[in-house]
Design a protein around this ligand. Sequence first.
Ligand code: PLP
Length: 445
Amino acid sequence: MNRETSRDIYDRALDVLVGGVNSSVRAAPQPYPTYVRRGDGGHVVDADGNRYVDWVMGLGPLLLGHDLPESVEAGVQQRASEGPMYGLPTELEVEHAEFLARHVPSVEMVRYVNSGTEATTSAVRLARGHTGRDKIVVMQSGYHGAQESTLVEGDAAERGPSSAGVPAAFAEHTIPVPFNDEDAVTEVFEEHGEDVACVLVEPILANKGIVAPVDGYHETLRDLTREHGALLVWDEVITGFRVGGLGCAQSKYGVTPDLTTFGKVIGGGFPVGAVGGRTDLMEQFTPVGDVFQAGTFSGHPVTMAAGLETLEFAAENDVYEHVNALGRKLREGLRDVVAEQAPAYTVVGTDSLFKVLFTRGGDSQSGACDDGCRQEPSCDRFEYCPKTGADVARGAVERWNRVFRPQMRDRGVLLSQNQYESQFVAYAHTAEDVERTIEAYREAL
Ligand SMILES: *Cc1c(COP(=O)(O)O)cnc(C)c1O
């Protein structure tokens, strides 16, 4: 496979873009990133003209794939041609919010922003403003964007910033706990309960492998927050309108958070974020309340058109049936491949998310969940399937990154940039893409 053009563009990029890229994870592929010329359905074509089955799908936003349905394309083009934005409101943002409020259990009102990072930043500020408390509880290895309050590592006893440039004071106020560990979070509430503004949690750890919740974990978080007057904030930036269909992960798991953050899918491929929740909480944002929140590009007409048309297309067509069925096919097929060739590995994911984690331990897949790890205590592999981000990190991460992913790329299958990022099925993917991908795994594993 000739990749010379990608190599040459990267060479130029290293002079003018830090690390050659604009988001760190894009530099992870060795020895250099694949530069995209264009998308086509479920595929991308790179700068050298090579075609790949694309499971990156923008790292989440592209529910429909690279070819937008006519209604979405028309909506985008019309808004762009009528002047891209105004700094004045449009009816579109009202319609988009009406759609969210109609379908997502926890949402009565919405505030739009321009990224998932802005959404979690605003939600945390709202929780602090509402409760008058400073501390927040997050999951170790959870990801909520590049924001100060969540770039924290360690545990309740000892913690610090996970990035240079973040004042230690942020880490003082942010308490990381292991996902799926009811005792750890209960202890934190026993000690700090009166100071905790919110628990901020992804329904599924979807940025560190894919780790499903153990039965009862989210209910415990719901009970603890309620008991101690803290808010429960679900970060559905990845899972929103992907897991659980139009009702999002909160409808799938039957837990209603106080606030929900969105991003990715709701912008139809354009930059977006949103916070949603009950009216009494949401009205604490300015201009009604006193928690300041603003943005020049927020509610951008092109984004709102792309997002609304995408969601309406999903509501009116068999989008979720299609992507979830292909997701299941992938997970089932990959479990068979893993059983034969790498029985210590774990197939994870749900709905249209999938990944093979290079876990260690357990020499058989017999009795394993057949549609992605669901943390079933009765499963023979229960003790080996990752429950926390740290469990995922103990896998053969370098093998995945340096040996496995490049082999898949050479076979024309593009996986996400490292062992930790999810992979996404889109409406444009076909049964043939799935079969080709399973075959490529069979050869590369
Ligand atoms: C992607 C992501 C974010 C950050 O969103 P950006 O748009 O990249 O700022 C936040 N939370 C979760 C769960 C995400 O997956």
